[in-house]
Design a protein around this ligand. Structure first.
Ligand code: EPZ
Length: 428
């Protein structure tokens, strides 16, 4: 398995381009199942998850043509030949559940493996299923799979529009139901819907395919079902989590970095938290500029929440910064129950963190020391890289396959700003 080795202590200076959003691209890829015409996506990130989703769509009968150099991908689902998402793929990537809504909407049938738990928490998919059930799908959970179908007696096998209130905000369930509703008969109202920019991006793409959607980006989305959708070309939005991760890089090392290709509205809450820590953050014509001139970092307490609140996907990175703040910060993780696995690894680097359930209390230390550490999930991995950039001496991060799910060419991007970082390939 590859490792990343960092010799810490260099301030970062320069520019870092941000790639297209992984979490926007995944549902956009599944949206191609809603039409028999080609859907072309541009600004597609070159990430392992895009390959896995491509493999899944292939197995259902879609063709996926991808040009990694131009970041373009064309998906064609003339028909869904095998409406089955196998466990072997679903266990690798939970977002696989996002094929269920489109398959049911298009052909009234679909079977998807239940994803099971994952490193950051139980992550059930009950809301996806309850919503589809409310729209008329009949579900049969057996052998670890959900077998779903729409009875012929219901609009000739077509889902029906409903009003559905999410008891908790769910990004994935909002996406699944939004896609299902585009081809349902009648009007669907999604109440307490997720407001993440990835939802707005998906809705924009669906609208360009002919869907009738209002309110995406607010907590109530209304969808008027149509008979068919057409193909389109759509540019994936910038990855706000990659953007935010790179904003924390010069904050933790000192320096002056402009992250290009992203907009402030994507990271407003993080920018506020960084400013509260005494880091300079500004939006320029080129992008988002973050500067720290070796002044001390003030402690900032925060709670993770659905958008526009502080993103759970940036919690680990912000915690890494807080380990060297001048005082105590308290971090409450409200979205996932087990998302502090980076804390013991950061502790190995000299951090002082006490975890109690969903709360971590971080007492800033005067500096981190390099150590061998292990990545446990995607965002934990980048937090360890960030800590390594600031630490004295050498840090080696193992299990970087987690990192490759969400960060394109991360070592190259950081090295271009002066980081001493390299990947040690394990070809065994
Ligand atoms: C999306 O996951 C992202 N993944 C996650 O990114 C992100 O952490 C998360 O949203 C929250 O922002 C993708 O977009 C592919 P949720 P998702 O449904 O959709 C509970 C990363 O690092 N819930 O909004 O799976 C759930 O357990 C990742 O890139 C139910 O109870 O998250 C959690 O506590 C990891 N029942 C909360 O809701 C359900 O049916 C929010 O989860 C669904 C969710």
């Amino acid at each position: 398995m590859d490792k990343i080795v960092i010799k810490g202590g260099n301030p970062l200076n320069g520019t870092i381009p941000v790639s297209g959003s992984k979490n926007a691209c995944l549902p956009l890829m599944t949206a191609a199942l809603l039409t028999d015409q080609p859907v072309t996506l541009t600004n597609v990130p070159n990430l392992a998850d895009m390959n896995t989703m491509g493999e899944l769509l292939n197995s259902l009968g879609a063709t996926v043509e991808r040009d990694a150099d131009t970041h373009r991908m064309t998906l064609r689902a003339e028909r869904i030949r095998t409406p089955l998402a196998h466990y072997d793929i679903v266990r690798k990537m939970r977002a696989s559940i996002l094929v269920l809504g489109p398959m049911l909407a298009r052909d009234g049938a679909g079977t998807v493996s239940l994803p099971g738990g994952c490193a950051i928490g139980a992550r059930p998919v009950d809301l996806h299923l309850k919503g589809l059930e409310a729209m008329g799908a009949v579900l049969d959970l057996r052998d670890g799979y959900v077998h779903a179908s729409v009875p012929r007696s219901l609009n000739g096998g077509r889902l029906r529009g409903v009003s559905f209130r999410f008891p908790v905000v769910s990004v994935g369930a909002t996406e699944n139901l939004l896609m299902a509703a585009t081809l349902a008969k009648g009007t669907t109202r999604l109440v307490n819907a997720a407001q993440e920019p990835e939802i707005t991006d998906l809705a924009d793409c669906l609208i360009s395919m002919g869907a009738q959607i209002e309110g995406a980006g607010t907590s109530t989305i209304e969808i008027q079902g149509v008979d068919a959708l057409s193909g389109t070309e759509h540019a994936v939005i910038a990855d706000r989590i990659e953007l935010g991760s790179f904003m924390i890089a010069p904050a933790i090392t000192g320096g002056d970095v402009t992250i290009t290709g992203g907009k402030m509205f994507l990271v407003e809450t993080l920018a506020e938290a960084l400013r509260a820590a005494d880091i300079l953050v500004e939006e320029t014509n080129a992008g988002i500029r973050v500067t720290r001139n070796n002044g001390s970092i003030k402690p900032v307490s925060f709670t993770t929440e659905p958008f526009p609140g502080f993103a759970t996907d940036l919690q680990a990175q912000m915690m890494a910064l807080m380990t060297i703040a001048d005082g105590v910060s308290v971090i409450d993780e409200n979205i996932f129950e087990n998302r502090f696995m980076h804390a013991p690894e950061l502790t190995r680097m000299g951090a002082d963190i006490a975890v109690d359930g969903g709360r971590a209390t971080v007492t800033g230390v005067s500096g981190l020391r390099g150590a061998p550490v292990m990545a446990t999930d995607l965002r934990a991995s980048i937090s360890l890289l960030l800590a390594g950039l600031a630490a004295e001496g050498e840090t080696s991060v193992s299990r970087v396959y987690h990192l490759d799910r969400g960060y394109e060419r991360v070592e190259d991007k950081l090295r271009a700003c002066g980081a001493n970082i390299e990947r040690i390939k394990d070809d065994a």
